[in-house]
Design a binder for this molecule. Structure first.
Ligand code: IMP
Length: 429
């Protein structure tokens, strides 16, 4: 009855999609447990590149059941577009393959308007959200006024609920934030259509999981975002509003910890971040630009969801050790090692300097973190192109040393090394 959880160890965009895609071969069910279409999971299959935002990456394999858990916030509009895109490319997105938890909360147009208005109001303190309505949807969930996916079971009644919710939110949007009111009637009609379409997909995801685990099937939990974006354990307030860490898989899907056999933390071979907030190992000069790329390649460091350039920097072992702790990682997957080719030396932060004091552990206060300076260990780099390498032995010695150092610094074995975006561009030590 194994459940395997895949989590991001940094600030998202670690390449979880491709690790999930690789692990899916062994799984029966693949489940997203949190977040919404703020995520962008890229999977390259042959010549084809898929960017998934809501639908679990497992959909790209035939015969895997894909689940969207109660911890998610789902935009019916974006989900419909994503399902249409997948179907147009020959992917089966029928209710036999895809299920939506009745407990998942829905993102409505007013959440998106409010996300933009709240960000504008934050001025210089803006979080740099994806403006997909994520924060406002989770706010409504916590305030117990949100609309859940289960409400779509009765499309006509759902339309009335949507109408009333838009009317209520229009007061806030207009009177408090000075924004144009939304058309309640139009939105209600549009969402009634989404409900008709999505109704066959609604189910009790927790029950589906329990039955599958009892039959000895394997559940793969696909994390979105990353450890440092976690609402409880991230670099608050520069976080998302969900729980991307391993514990979020249990609450977001509704199963217990005794089933979990493996927790795989995905890390890039360096670090990136989109949006605002402290980033100790950030490189702002030419080295940062080299890591980012120009945007000409799909794997360059520009957001899958928003297209924003990502901030780039050296690998940070303080963050990785923290991720090992809060997620209980059993393994690591190290992606994009090929991007480090061509640096004369490569660096890993092993501790921080905070006002002259050496810190071994990640400070939880974002203001303290903003003042931390990295204490680096410098290792020899390698110049070889490693994109065609498929075994650890065939890697340059310096690259092998880098991986070994990551294992020593985190205390966790590396079980997959990504050397390119393709499904086959992986080394399994
Ligand atoms: P929100 O999730 O749109 O509210 O954004 C909050 C913060 O999380 C911002 O800094 C976003 O850039 C960041 N964020 C949200 N989702 C992702 C993701 O999938 N990858 C990377 N950063 C993300």
């Amino acid at each position: 009855m194994p459940a395997v959880i895949i989590v991001g160890t940094q600030w998202g965009d670690e390449g979880k999609g491709r690790v999930v895609d690789w692990m899916t071969a062994q799984a029966d069910l693949v489940a997203r447990y949190g977040g919404g279409d703020n995520a962008g999971h890229t999977v390259t299959v042959g010549e084809e590149r898929f960017a998934l935002h809501l639908v679990p990456s497992g959909i790209l394999y035939p015969n895997k059941l894909c689940l969207m858990g109660a911890g998610m916030v789902i935009s019916p509009a974006r989900l419909s577009i994503e399902m249409d895109d997948l179907a147009a490319r020959g992917v089966d997105v029928s209710p036999d393959r895809l299920k939506i938890s009745v407990g998942a909360h829905l993102i409505l147009p007013y959440h998106i308007v409010l996300d933009g208005a709240l960000e504008a109001g934050r001025g210089k303190g803006a979080i740099g959200t994806t403006k997909r309505g994520i924060g406002p949807a989770y706010t409504d969930k916590s305030a117990r006024i949100g609309l859940r996916a289960g409400a779509m079971r009765d499309p006509e009644d759902f339309a009335e609920k949507v109408y009333q919710a838009v009317e209520d939110k229009n007061r806030l949007i207009n009177r408090v934030y000075g924004q144009a009111m939304l058309d309640s009637q139009d939105i209600a009609a549009e969402y009634c259509d989404y409900a008709r379409r999505l109704k066959p997909y609604l189910t009790d995801v927790s029950l589906v999981i329990q039955q599958a685990l009892e039959e000895g099937q394997m559940l793969l939990c696909e994390g979105a975002q990353g450890t440092l974006l976690d609402l409880n354990h991230g670099t608050y307030p520069f976080v998302t509003s969900s729980s991307p860490i391993a514990g979020g898989a249990l609450t977001g899907l509704g199963f217990g910890p005794r089933h979990v056999t493996q927790v795989i933390g995905v890390s890039k071979a360096y670090t990136t971040r989109v949006g605002a907030g402290p980033f100790v190992t950030e490189l702002t000069g030419t080295q940062g630009e080299k890591l980012r790329g120009t945007g000409a390649n799909p794997w360059d460091e520009f957001g899958t969801t928003t297209g924003r350039p990502r901030r780039c920097g050296w690998l940070d072992a303080v963050i990785l050790r923290y991720a090992v702790r809060v997620n209980g990682l059993t393994h690591m997957a190290l992606t994009k090692l090929d991007i480090l080719s061509g640096f004369e030396t490569v660096k890993i932060a092993i501790a921080y300097d905070y006002r002259g004091e050496r810190l071994e552990h990640l400070p939880l206060d974002a203001e303290v973190l903003a003042e931390c300076r990295p204490i680096y260990e410098e290792l020899p780099g390698w110049s070889e192109d490693i994109r065609d390498v498929r075994s650890l032995d065939a890697l340059p010695a310096a690259a092998r040393r880098y991986i070994a150092r990551v294992e020593t610094l985190t205390g966790v074995p590396v079980m997959l090394i990504g050397v390119g975006p393709g499904r086959e561009q992986a080394i399994l030590p």
